[in-house]
Design a protein. Sequence first.
Length: 222
Amino acid sequence: MIPLVTIDGPSGTGKGTIADLLAERLGWHVLDSGALYRVLGLAATRHGLALDDPEAVTPLAETLAVSFGRGRVFLDGEDVTASIRTEDVGMAASRVAAHPSVRAALLDWQRRMHRPPGLVADGRDMGTVVFPDAPLKIFLDATPEVRAERRYKQLKEKGLDANLPELVVDIRERDRRDRTRPVAPLRAARDAVLVDSTAMSIAEVTDRVLEEVRRVFPGLVS
Ligand code: DC
């Protein structure tokens, strides 16, 4: 049995940071499935495809030349780590991710990441669709206001333009789309452990998740 922890939830909950910290601590692989959808959103935009048309986007998803390595993300060999982090690409990702045929095309790629010595998988449907048998599923949530504030700080730190009220609107819109889409909507798996990070620091959330890892995989982590 190859150990696996899924971490699902909306953006701005600290999911990506927690997944990275946890994978580093455990020495496991990490799957940032949001980055996969972002790369597709970026590629589709660059090709001028109609993002809401599954027939236009699915062939691209089926042949997407994406790779991850040492914390970087590549599209056709080009380092797109920074370009996939903009709000526009996030919105494009959310739009292409709404098509069932697109999600189906990316399923095997994601499942192949479950390799020894273990995997931390971060996304929206890791525990519900991609890895429904995962022994430990975390669902991380926080209020839209706190998530927008965190995003605002991140953008400012990177020297990028940011507008807090616009970010709140964007986050609510992306949540609505991700939660109401008919296929693989953002929701907690029935057997997920719910963690509300609204009033918690990254360190507190990581400790809370590690507590669960110790409970589910005794002996794997000190
Ligand atoms: O986590 P993120 O913000 O990088 O994700 C970008 C978008 O990709 C998000 O709005 C919805 C989509 N996504 C998805 O549909 N399923 C996943 N497992 C991960 C992300």
